[in-house]
Ligand binder design. Structure first.
Ligand SMILES: C[S@@+](CC[C@H](N)C(=O)[O-])C[C@H]1O[C@@H](n2cnc3c(N)ncnc32)[C@H](O)[C@@H]1O
Length: 260
């Protein structure tokens, strides 16, 4: 079961990542732009995927966005967008194939972000701490660091096997259905395994692609304890991008600075 160490990298499903049309994949964009305005200079995004947030930030702020992403498949999608639909933004984007647990860019940033639960793709708590230590090193003394994680659900026998459809859309004659299938939960280590499943139906034929993804989940006290131990100060915390409180939302979004 612990073969997730090979990575959570959308190796087979990266081409379908940008089809996701749920509100939660749009509602965070202006939130990250709003906080960018409180900072200056280049922005650093970790686990930047296909550039969903970085491209929007570059467009709105006209600042450089440095991206660290481990998945070659996701980077290929990102580069394809920079060469085609988002050509005008390519001068602002710099993409590095790297591990957010170990990166070293040799400079600091006033604004570092890990959007859309990407921190949870480091399934072990030691990996989370290693990543956040690197964030702390790369964050300037007056800088802001923002990340989002989900609030844990109940991971019992009823959770295992449940399938939820995230989107079911048409692209020309192709029907694309993305669902997640809950596979396994380790409630001691607090991580969960689920299958990211894509079905493509065209001309009566069906093709399917799958990636097993492993998430670390955190109770509120777990994550705030890690932040505290690594000398981050929580400037604000929200339960969703509209700034409702954590008890009122499904997410846990932390806006942090460095303790002096
Ligand atoms: C849910 S996606 C988020 C992508 C992007 N931030 C967004 O908001 O659309 C998580 C991303 O983290 C990447 N990832 C997983 N492990 C990583 C690691 N160790 N270092 C860097 N990126 C990683 C995955 O390949 C994936 O692109």
């Amino acid at each position: 079961m612990e073969n997730y160490l090979k990575g959570n990298l959308y190796t087979n499903t990266a081409d379908y990542y940008d089809y996701d049309n749920r509100d939660i994949i749009k509602d965070d964009l202006d939130f990250y732009v709003e906080y960018a305005a409180q900072t200056k200079g280049p922005i650093l995004e970790l686990g930047s995927g296909t550039g969903r947030v970085s491209l929007y930030l570059a467009e709105k702020t006209r600042r450089t966005v440095e991206c660290v992403e481990l998945s070659e498949a996701m980077i290929e999608r990102f580069r394809h967008k920079l060469a085609s639909s988002h050509k005008n933004l390519s001068p602002y984007l710099s993409i590095q194939c790297g591990d957010m647990e170990k990166f070293d860019l040799g400079r600091t940033f006033e604004y570092i972000i890990i959007p859309w639960r990407a921190l949870q793709y480091l399934p072990e708590q030691e990996q989370t701490a290693a990543c956040l230590r690197q964030v702390h090193r790369h964050l300037s003394n007056t800088g802001l660091f923002i990340f989002d994680i989900f609030k844990p659900r109940t991971y019992d026998a009823a959770w295992v096997g449940q399938e939820a459809v995230s989107y079911d859309i048409m692209d020309g004659d192709k029907r694309i259905i993305r669902s997640t299938v809950n596979c396994y939960a380790n409630t001691v280590k607090k991580n969960i395994w689920y299958m990211n499943k894509i079905r493509v139906i065209e001309d009566g034929r069906e093709d399917s692609k799958e990636d097993m993804l492993t998430y670390k989940y955190y109770d509120y006290e777990d994550i705030t304890g890690i932040l505290e131990s690594l000398n981050f100060r929580i400037e604000a915390e929200f339960g969703y991008y509209d700034k409702r409180s954590i008890p009122e939302g499904d997410e846990m979004i932390f806006v942090c600075s460095k303790k002096s």
